[in-house]
Structure formats: C-alpha cells, structure tokens
Design a protein around this ligand. Structure first.
Ligand code: M6R
Length: 612
C-alpha cells in the first residue's frame, strides 16, 4: 500500500527516485510526488495525481536537483486522490517534508491541538497533520531527530515514513510502525524504500527496520534507534532476488508473465522438500513445530483475498488427508470476533506479501491467545515471515501484478506439502497413495506448461464474453475455493461482477439469476464429484445459461454439455486445484485485456494492503 523511496548520497537523486517509484507503483498509483534538497539547502518538490509514467514529464529537472530526496506513490486512505493530497506533505512553514504510508488514527485530535497553536492546513490528509506535529516539536527542540521521535510517541496508528528537513539538510529520518520500510547500503549512499524492488538495482545489502524503530541516515552512515531513543545495532542482510525477476521479460503485463512462470514457481515451492520415492516431506522452517502440527487437534487458517481462498483449499486438504479439524477465517474478521483459540491450536497465516495489516493483526491476536503461529509467505524477510513462530516460504519470486496468480498456486503447493508431511507421520495417508502423489509431483510442471501453451485459445472466448455484466463460477469439493478465486480474478481486473458458489448451492437461490446472458464457468474435472457436477450443468443449461467448463483432456462427454471447454490434464485430487486455477487466471486476463483494462494496476486496488 503506497510506496516510499528516499536517496541520500553523492548522485543527483531525481532519476533514482523516479526509477524507484516506477518499481513501487504496483503498491499504489493514485498520485506521485518527490521532494529534493538542493545544494543551497532549499527543498523543492512536485506532486500530482496520476501514475508515474504520466506525470514524469512534468517533473522540472532543473529545479528538482539535489543529492537528498524522498518520493511517494500513493493509494488514498484519507482525502481523495488529487494533486493537493499527494505526498510529500510539508508543515505550514515548509521546513519539514514527509512521505508516509499507513494511517494516523488520532489525527483529528492532533490537528485540533495544532490549530490552537496557530498551525494551518491545506489538505485532507492525516500525513499533513504529522508533518505539522514534527514541525511543532522541531520549533521547541531544534532537532529533527528529536522532533520526529516526540511526534511519533504522540501518534496512534501505523506508519512507514521518510522525512527531510530544510534546517538540517544533511539527513533523512525514517521510521516504521506496521508498514514495511528498509534501506540499502551502497557506496557513499543510502537508498530507502518500502519494498526491496526499488533498492535491488543499487545494492543487495539491506537493513529492515522493525516496528517502533527509526533511523537517522547520513551520506557517511546511519544510526538505528527505537522511538524510545534506545540504540539498535543491526547487520545488513543480502537480498536474494535479482532485477530480471521484477521486470516484464518480454511479456505485455506482469500478470501474464507471472501466470506463465508457474511451471517453475510451483516447482520452486516443492524443490528439495520431498523425497519422490518415499513421499517424505521435509520443510526446514517447520522443524521446530513439526511435532505440534502432527499432533494438532485443530488448525485455524487465516488470510485475506486470494490467500483466504488458498486457506479454504488447505481446509479440504488437511481434513481429508490428515483428519485434523480445520477452520478458515478471514483475517480481517479474526480479532474482532473474540475467537476461541487456545495454546494447543495452530494458526496458519497465509500472505504473499507478509505485510497485509489484517493478517498481521490476526497473527498478533493468535500469539496473544497462546497459539502456535505458522506463516506461509512469499516475501522473504517480511513482517509476518519474521514474527511467526515458524514458517515456510513459497518461493514464488516477486509478484508484481496486483492480481495474485503464481503466489496462489505456490500457496496451494505449500499447503499440499504440509498436508503430506502430517499425513505421512500420522499414517492417515496410505503409503501407496502417498507415493502416487509424490510421483505425480514430478509431472506437475509439465502439465502446467501444457495449459500455458494453449493460452491463445482463451482469446476467442474472452472476446465472446467481454461485454457480459455478470459471471458465475461453480465447483465442488476442492474446486469450490478455486471457483471463488476465479471469480475474484475476474472482478478485480475486468470490473465484471462475478460470484463463486459451490455448484450444488445454485438451486438454493442463485439459479434465479440464470438466463441466456449469464456465462457460468464450471470446474468439472473427472473426479468423485463429476456426475454431480454434470447434473448441476444440466440445471443451468435447461435455463439457457452459457456454459464454459474446465475439464480433463480425456473427457469427451463434457462437450455435450458445454458451449466452450477449456482443457486441463488429469492429476491427483490434491493437485487438481493448482491445474484448474490456471485456465481461470488466463480467462480473466484475456477478458480484462479485451476490455482494455489495466490488468497490472486495476482501479482502487493495491498489491499489498498495509492498512486495516
Ligand atoms: O499479500 P497478501 O497475500 O496478504 O494479500 C492478500 C490479499 O490482499 C490479496 O490476495 C488480494 O486479494 C489480491 N489482489 C488478489 O488477487
């Protein structure tokens, strides 16, 4: 949610900041802004509503000269996305310039106090209030470091922030509470960012700030402190991924690239973690909790959006193969409904980014109640990854497209591995079945690739349905959550209303929606639910709905019931959701592009939702 960049060094900062903002734009893209301190120690700034590429030409390169600067790309929370509300924000005296991610919850109280002190405000944002609060303390203490510290001790809410000060033009102050922030150490320079993507082409040595910490960055070094003024010593960590991984590599969109990466990414999730002969799974990050997992009486899975859908598939897996009662909760609801959690419970947090505010809050709640927390996370070093009791990385690589694709299938693979690990140890999966599953794993990348190779077939169907106003997605068992995920993908990138349902639920209400204008996508692999699904298809067909089926390659019969058939190879049930979700990703992608939608940056959305 929102992106922050900062630079302090010997080079001109503007291009570095603009380049960083472009890399962060997938996090928020309502507006963009930059503030730079020039050689005469004056701060110049420019900010505007719009995307970086649209606004870039308007940056005045002569004026925005200087080797210290901060930048921001915004996803609006307080105040509509217009030029005025764009960051950076300054105090009314233009001494402090601030970029901020997160929400200052008590900003109205602070604003009233500052108005009494004579401060004036020109935007609708909580960030401007914080800039003025810092200035308020600066006037008393004459130190930007102390002013930021005192201000942060007064605010409630969340922040990742970077701040520069005209009267102390040789430093950037950054701080974090609930919103990721890090800085990369280059030669005689430091690059600040809310995401490693903006740092990676300058340096791989990165220091992550923890919640409640701030850092004072100078050209020749840095100091980390808590906001209670205690010194912190921390070594830099190496970022593992490289620049190519976060670039489009010839694909038109990140989303398409990420869908097509899945033969590799799914393999990366299981690589080195399973013995194909015995089916024995070893997840190093879960060693410390393996015993607890195997003996668990109850597992609760939580996450948001796509991660929540992955959790629902996990519920089917853990109950069917491990016989462990499993519940799935929306992370956004978890802590508000006084959940019944005890010390024997295991709470699994699923999050691509590892930074989603609701999922983090659920983690904290579970920890407070004494449960063992396990993370299934993509972004290495992210908050959830660091703060859970144990965890497993999905190794999907950077996911830039706002619509989650490869992270979903890797989350499913992680859940399958955990299921196999527990099932083998508990003897709830017969050895013969385990070996069949393990050996099928080796075929999976090739099977995914075979779906990807047929992707052009989807364009025709996309053209046919691009003007539909509604879509239904139906599946049973393991494939019901896949239907939910298919509907979410279509909604978020094409703005077509779509719903997912268990296929048999149709007759309890939604079937009233069916007429000749309603496309219905059935996930209909040849599994134990096949005959039932065929009956459900008949019900829709009888009401003249348009039928698109996801069916196995060897299923000839399905043609008799479908207007369009999208083929997937047959696999064992535990991996079927992985294969079945890929056609749905393509379908939504091609419908969205046929409608000229911005698939990588859909309206109103941000890649990682770091506010509650
Ligand atoms: O980073 P997370 O996995 O925690 O994100 C959770 C959701 O915000 C995310 O899955 C969202 O629903 C995606 N846009 C779905 O494509």
């Amino acid at each position: 949610m929102c992106g922050i960049v900062g630079y302090i060094g010997k080079r001109n900062s503007l291009n570095i900041l603009i380049d960083g903002l472009k890399r962060l734009e997938y996090r928020g893209y309502d507006s963009v802004g930059i503030a730079v301190i020039n050689d005469e120690n004056n701060t110049n700034f420019f900010k505007k509503a719009g995307k970086v590429k649209d606004v870039e030409e308007e940056f005045d390169r002569e004026i925005l000269q200087g080797s210290i600067g901060i930048g921001h790309t915004r996803w609006a929370t307080h105040g509509e996305p217009n030029d005025n509300n764009a960051h950076p924000h300054s105090d009314d005296n233009r001494n402090i310039y601030l970029v901020h991610n997160g929400i200052i919850e008590n900003y109205t109280t602070i604003k009233k106090k500052l108005i009494i002190e004579g401060f004036t405000f020109s935007t609708d944002t909580d960030t401007e209030v914080l800039a003025n609060l810092i200035e308020y303390y600066f006037r008393i203490k004459n130190s930007i470091e102390i002013a930021v510290r005192l201000a942060l001790n007064e605010v409630e809410g969340t922040y990742g922030l970077a701040c520069i000060c005209n009267k102390e033009p040789d430093k950037i102050i950054i701080a974090r509470l609930g919103s990721p922030l890090m800085f990369g150490l280059g030669k005689d320079e430091i690059i600040v960012s809310s995401d490693a993507a903006a740092i990676i082409n300058h340096t791989k040595n990165v220091i992550y700030l923890e919640d409640g910490e701030m850092a004072i960055l100078r050209r020749d070094g840095f100091q980390i402190k808590t906001i209670q003024d205690e010194d912190i010593f921390r070594e830099a960590q190496k970022i593992e991924f490289n620049l190519e991984e976060i670039e489009k590599g010839g694909f038109e969109h990140f989303m398409l690239k990420e869908i097509c990466e899945q033969p590799d990414t799914v393999q990366n999730t299981y690589r080195g973690r399973i013995n194909f002969e015995t089916g024995l799974v070893k997840l190093g990050g879960l060693d410390s909790v393996a015993e607890k997992l195997i003996n668990a009486k109850r597992i609760i899975i939580t996450g948001c959006g796509t991660a929540w859908h992955a959790g629902l598939v996990g519920e089917y897996m853990l109950e069917q193969y491990c016989r462990i009662p499993t519940e799935v909760e929306y992370a956004s609801e978890f802590r508000y409904r006084n959940p019944i959690i005890n010390q024997e419970d295991i709470v699994i947090l699923i999050s691509q980014s590892g930074e989603t505010a609701d999922t983090r809050a659920a983690m904290k709640e579970a920890q407070k109640l004494g449960a063992t927390t396990i993370g299934i996370v993509n972004v290495v070093g992210s908050t959830i990854a660091r703060e859970v009791d144990a965890g497993t990385y999905i190794h999907a690589g950077p996911e830039i497209g706002v619509a989650s694709t490869k992270a979903f299938t890797c989350q499913l693979m992680s859940l399958a591995l955990i299921t196999l690990m527990i099932g083998k140890n508990k003897n709830t999966i017969p050895d013969s079945e385990l070996m069949k599953i393990a050996s099928e794993l080796k075929n999976l990348p090739e099977k995914i690739q075979s779906i990807i190779e047929k992707r052009n077939d989807y364009k025709f169907i996309a053209d046919e349905f691009k003007d539909s106003r509604n879509f239904l997605y139906l599946g049973r068992g393991f494939n019901f959550p896949v239907a939910l995920e298919g509907a979410l993908k279509l909604k978020e990138i094409s703005y077509i209303h779509a719903e997912g349902y268990p296929a048999a639920e149709m007759k309890h209400g939604p079937i009233a929606l069916i007429d000749e204008n309603m496309p219905v996508v059935f996930i209909a692999p040849k599994d134990s639910t096949y005959d039932k699904i065929i009956s459900n298809i008949e019900e829709i067909k009888a009401r003249r709905g348009k039928i698109i089926t996801i069916a196995n390659e060897d299923d000839d019969e399905i043609k008799n019931y479908s207007d369009y058939v999208l083929r997937v190879p047959k696999t064992v049930p535990i991996f079927a959701p992985i294969l079945n979700s890929i056609p749905l990703q393509f379908l939504s992608y091609y419908i969205a592009t046929a409608r000229n939608c911005n698939v990588d940056q859909p309206r109103n959305l941000a890649k990682s939702v770091t506010v509650e």
